[in-house]
Every structure is written in C-alpha cells, then in structure tokens.
Write a protein that binds this ligand. Structure first.
Ligand SMILES: Nc1ncnc2c1ncn2[C@@H]1O[C@H](COP(=O)(O)OP(=O)(O)OP(=O)(O)O)[C@@H](O)[C@H]1O
Ligand SMILES: [Mg+2]
Length: 273
C-alpha cells in the first residue's frame, strides 16, 4: 500500500437538508495539501452548501468533515458523537479562511483593521506583526496605499481583494471561496481572479466555487462537478474539460462553450461598430 499523505480536508458521505430539501446527498471529497479544487455545477446543485458546511456555517445532517484528520463540529464522547461547544467550533474555524460573494467587510473599520483584527484579537498576533503582514498582503493584492481607506471608498473589486487579504492574514490551512467574483461588475472580475491565481501559486490549499470556467481551467488542479447535491464527476482539470465522462457534464461544458462564443461574437460586433 502506498503511503498517501493525510488530506487537508476530507469530506465523507456529507448530507444536508433544509426543511426537507436535500442540498447535499452523500458528498465525498478529499483535498490534498497545496491542491486547488474548483467546484462547478448548475444553480442549486449544493456548491455553496458544501463550502459552508466545511466552514462550519451550517449544521450537517450526516457524514463527517475532517481538517487535518480532526473531526469538525463533533467529538466522540462516552461512545457517541456529540456536537462541540460554540467556542470549540470557533477554534476549529480559525484554521480556515472564507471569502464570500459579498465581501463582508466591516464598513466602519479601515482596510488595515479589517485585515488585522482577527489576527490580533483571535490569533494573538502582536499588533505590529499583524500590521506588517497586512501591509505585505495589501502589496500582494495590488492595494499598497489603501490601508487607511474605508470599504465604501473602494470599488467592489478592491473590497474583494481586501477580503482575500483578510482571509489569508491568519495563515489558514485551507482557503474557501464561494463565487468570489459573481457580485462584481464584469470589468472588475479579472483583477480579483488574478489575485486568486497568484495565491494558488503560493501552494495554499484552496476550494473555489465559481462559474468562471476559463479561470477554473487555468487555476484548478482538479475540478469537481456537482448536480443535485451529489458529485457527478471529478477529474484533473485537463481531463475534466477535454474528456468529460458523463453526459451531464458534457452538456454543461457545451453550454458554456456556446455562451462563450456568443460573447466573443458580441464583442467582435461591438468592436466593429
Ligand atoms: N438556507 C436555506 N434554506 C433552504 N434551502 C436552502 C438554503 N440554502 C440552500 N438551500 C437549497 O439547497 C440547495 C442547494 O443550494 P446551494 O445554495 O448550495 O446551491 P449552489 O450550487 O450554491 O447554487 P448557486 O450556483 O445558485 O449559488 C438548493 O435547492 C437550495 O434551494
Ligand atoms: Mg451558491
């Protein structure tokens, strides 16, 4: 038997229902150290629910999630599984970073405070170290002169780049993204995707939900296709796009290629006018 390293994230037979609606119907997923996994699928297929469950924002109804082999949300006690206390869950969540569609920055805090607060208040980093790290990160996300700005003074793309810097500031074991660019105006999407691409190259373990297929192709080591709360197909990225195995994924990819060529045509028409 080969000695495979422990995955950073392991999802096993995960189930989640909302008032009788099945959102996740037995999902298995392993994410290795440094791996970038992109989750694709039609609307309502359970992508957000999956990353929200991993980040412990939802109570799960069955199965298990592990971070570095540690069971999340529950502990074995007296021969049974018991939910952890809120404080214990909060401690586990600190080892993950999450970037939401809507940025979720604190509007009354400066960019610097948004990035450093958790590092100082929760992770016990000195204010000075946190500030130095925030400055490095602001440089990395292309906003070196925005430390003193407030979120309302920034564009959506800039706010999202700050949110990414905040998520990375605490050195998470895994970074989760739920459609990080879908709330942005089209011209701001690329600047955020480029920051995520740069991060991916640093070896950070990432799980990214996105509808940006070209980006998925460029950034992902592996793509996972979900439909109806199940993983229907997954593969290393090139195989996933070049040789889809299921009819469902073939249709999904074809629709995307068609809409892309329509967009290209529209652009050519615009340019010709
Ligand atoms: N808070 C909720 N209450 C009730 N039902 C929910 C809730 N959140 C999600 N669902 C349902 O669970 C299923 C999966 O939803 P989810 O948001 O995970 O899909 P998604 O793949 O992220 O879709 P999208 O691409 O539109 O973001 C859907 O049927 C959805 O209606
Ligand atoms: Mg979603």
């Amino acid at each position: 038997m080969t000695d495979r390293p422990t995955p950073v994230v392991r999802v096993s037979n995960l189930r989640k229902t909302y008032h009788g609606t099945t959102a996740l119907d037995g999902v298995d997923l392993d994410v290795a150290e440094g791996e970038v996994v992109v989750i694709l699928g039609p609307s309502g297929s359970g992508k957000s629910t999956l990353v929200r469950c991993i980040d412990q924002l939802e109570e799960i109804d069955g199965g298990a999630i592990y971070l570095d082999d540690e069971l999340l949300g529950f502990a074995h006690r007296h021969g049974a599984l018991r939910p952890l206390t809120d404080e214990q869950v909060a401690r586990q969540r600190r080892r993950m970073g999450m970037v939401f569609q809507q940025f979720n920055l604190f509007p009354h805090w400066t960019v610097l405070r948004n990035i450093t607060d958790a590092a100082v208040a929760v992770h016990g980093m000195s204010r000075q170290d946190a500030k130095a790290r925030a400055e490095t990160l602001l440089q990395k996300v292309g906003l070196p002169d925005k430390a003193g700005a407030y979120p309302r003074q920034l564009s959506g793309g800039q706010q999202q780049r700050v949110a990414i810097a905040r998520a990375v500031a605490t050195r998470p074991r895994v970074l989760l993204f739920d459609e990080p660019t879908s709330a942005l105006d089209p011209e701001l999407v690329d600047e955020v995707l480029n920051v995520i691409k740069d991060l991916a190259r640093t070896g950070l373990t990432m799980i990214v939900v996105t509808h940006e297929m070209e980006f998925a192709r460029q950034v992902a080591d592996r793509c996972v296709f979900m439909v109806g709360g199940k993983v229907v197909e997954q593969n290393i990225t090139e195989e996933f796009f070049e040789r889809p195995q299921t009819e469902r994924l073939q249709r999904f990819l074809t629709r995307f290629t068609q809409s892309q060529s329509v967009n290209r045509e529209r652009q050519l028409v615009r340019e010709a006018q």
